[in-house]
Design a protein around this ligand. Structure first.
Ligand code: AMP
Ligand code: ZN
Length: 466
């Protein structure tokens, strides 16, 4: 099975051909751990998770590494602004080390809840400073750096392919369209590999280096850690599209300057989750967290389902109404699966799911640039089909779920309730949303008489048979 994936480098859909045998080595830029991730960040990690699951199902031996940025990411992706970690620590009255630990744990709680499989390698920037220093030394030895104003810079004029990923028009530099803020830079696109002149009075994260006591630039982190764990060349590098023009552009320049070889074959970028006001972002304050959604009664997998409704290369507009539809669809799926489980008891489950036409369609859509919206419609077409036995349907659904990651194999037969009861539960939820508590209590009593108990939990409304 071959996966065709859009490659930002070259802007075309290309087949993934492993550099080494059947192995795929992939890397994703991890979170900057100074605040809870917002659900936009999580959309990107769901997209990367889908990629990893598809590659695995396609038979590749996948190694996935992700970093944790706990130093060096300034509020501007270039070299301006304050270190996000320092700012977060100051605002929250904690040490940088403590907020790093706190939000790293929070991040993995979120990703676990979303069924995002853990990367094989998780590496923290602050534990890899020596690797960064060694990589910077290689770049320096190859003649790509200069020292100015106490910082070590990468000189982009020495690297002819600079900007190839972002299709940057470097001639615009001559027109001076990008404002030069750092006077030490020879060229506005030059960037810091190592800071010794801390811009911030309270910089507490400092390490000795050949260029003086200081701390690394953000971009060098990813080059150093990915090369340490995946080698000087690897297959796929992932992130959100905002990383293309600066972070990934600089990662390529410094990595290829160090090795003299092409670094990464394939670049995968996820589009933004947006709100009615634009990109969901921590800095504007216009964002939701997964915990926030849970408090409003949604299950994390409702959000995963919501994300699967959009192609990873298209912007996805978030709204609670959209999330409600995803929630209903996921509930419906559970109910139908439970019905199938009941029916399958009598009819058996003979047949090979890989030969079911809806599965072949599903897998071809997954292999075609991870087309999850189409995969979901294949799932629903299978569900509605009349020519497949309940048992074979179930096996096929479970196989599909290896990619979708919606816990469809965890549905139990108890999920099956008749339509009348399901209708009452929905009506009660609607009444609660409308704050019509008299009606919701009345429906609760009616359900009780039918042998169904309702509980409102942080995970949403749960019910059980008495
Ligand atoms: P950060 O923690 O800010 O370094 O971002 C983590 C990841 O989330 C990066 O890959 C970003 O490109 C991505 N990201 C940031 N904002 C959004 C958004 N609104 N939608 C999707 N991905 C995003
Ligand atoms: Zn990175």
């Amino acid at each position: 099975m071959e996966l065709k994936l859009f490659n930002t480098l070259g802007r075309e859909i290309k087949e993934i051909v492993p550099i080494e045998d059947n192995r795929i080595k992939m890397y994703a830029c991890g979170p900057t751990v100074y605040k809870d991730a917002h659900i936009g960040n999580l959309r990107t990690y769901i997209a990367v998770d889908i990629l990893k699951r598809v590659l695995t199902l396609a038979g590749y031996d996948v190694t996935y590494a992700m970093n944790i940025t706990d130093v060096g990411h300034l509020s501007d992706d270039a070299d301006e602004g304050e270190d996000k970690m320092l700012k977060g620590a100051r605002e929250q009255g904690m040490s940088v080390w403590d907020i790093a630990e706190f939000y790293t744990k929070a991040f993995f709680r979120d990703t676990d809840a979303l069924n995002i499989q853990k990367p094989d390698i998780i590496c923290k920037a602050t534990e890899h400073i020596d690797d960064m220093i060694n990589l910077i030394k290689r770049i320096e030895e190859n003649g790509y750096t200069y020292f100015a104003g106490g910082n070590l810079y990468f000189d982009i004029s020495k690297f002819p392919g600079y900007g190839k990923l972002a299709l940057l028009d470097l001639s615009e530099l001559k027109a001076g369209s990008r404002i030069m803020i750092d006077e030490n830079k020879k060229n506005p696109y030059d960037f810091v590999l190592w800071f010794t002149q801390s811009k911030f009075e309270h910089q507490t994260m400092l390490w000795d280096s050949p260029w003086g006591k200081g701390y690394p630039g953000w971009h060098i982190e990813c080059s150093a850690m990915s090369m340490k764990y995946l080698g000087d060349q690897f297959d796929i590098h992932c992130g959100g599209i905002d990383l293309i023009p600066v972070h990934h552009t600089n990662e390529i320049a410094q990595s290829e300057a160090a090795t003299g070889k092409k670094w990464v074959e394939h670049w995968m970028h996820g589009e933004f989750l947006i709100t009615s006001k634009g990109k969901m972002s921590k800095s504007t304050g216009d964002f939701y967290t997964l915990n926030g959604l849970k408090e409003q009664g949604y299950h994390p997998l409702d959000y995963r389902y919501f994300c699967l409704l959009g192609h990873y290369r298209s912007q996805l507009q978030f709204s609670l109404e959209g999330l409600d539809s995803a929630q209903n669809a996921r509930k419906n799926l559970g109910l139908r699966i439970a019905q199938l489980m009941k029916q399958a008891k009598d009819t058996g489950d003979s047949g090979n799911p890989e030969e079911v036409e809806y599965y072949t369609s599903f897998i071809s859509h997954a292999l075609d640039d991870l087309n999850m919206p189409q995969c979901l419609s294949d799932l629903w077409n299978l569900m509605k089909s009349t020519n497949i036995s309940p048992g074979l349907k179930l096996k096929t659904i479970r196989l599909m779920d290896k990619i979708l990651g919606l816990d469809l194999d965890k549905v139990t037969i108890d999920t099956a309730i008749d339509d009348e009861i399901k209708d009452l539960i929905d009506k009660r939820e609607q009444a609660r949303k409308n704050k019509d508590y008299a009606l919701s209590d009345k429906i609760r009593d009616e359900l009780k008489q039918k042998g169904i108990v309702i509980e409102d939990t942080p995970e949403g409304v749960q019910w059980r048979k008495i």
